[in-house]
Design a protein around this ligand. Sequence first.
Ligand SMILES: [Zn+2]
Length: 212
Amino acid sequence: MEKSLAITTKRTRGNNKGICKSPENTLVPVLRKDDIPDCYKHTPLEKLLLYHNLNYPFGSYSNAEMLIVMCIDNRMQLHLPDNFSYIVRNGGAKINTVLFPLSFIVATTGAKTVAVIGHSDCRMRDLETHRLGFISGLTEQGWTKKRAENFFVEMKSSFAIKNVASSVLADTRTLRSRYSNLLVAPLYYSVEDKKLYLIKEGRQKNKINKRG
Ligand SMILES: [Zn+2]
């Protein structure tokens, strides 16, 4: 578990749902159906959480009901039925370099629900520590050192993450403002227990944003 977003098992007084506190954001486990917020009920987000976290029996789908944006990390494997979701994977679940495929799905399919899923121990959090390996690895692929170095510097700002939950929340807000009739949810995948968590949004509302 990453240091800045450690899930603890501390329970706040009067709360019996095991809400997880973190230094900057709050992760909320989904251990039973009642843990799913009302705003996600009867939406594909409820199905996503029931299938993946609670092993509900799979439904049958001929068309995708939602879009999932998640990191490239091989440890993230979702337990979902065939055809249930489009999945766009990008470093750190960042949306800024995959806006065309996202727009394509939003515009041309019936998937109007999106989950942005960050995860624990994401390598985009310590991107700088991978700089030398990135450069030497690309030089082994025929790149000049200078070109590899410039590419790293050029792309770093698009992918480096300080706090996973904050990054997911920022991209969630961007999607809501860019596409006015999407239901967008910020989620978190723990590579330790393989479960999805809700990222609590504070004043931000988990609802379809009607702003244009
Ligand atoms: Zn990652």
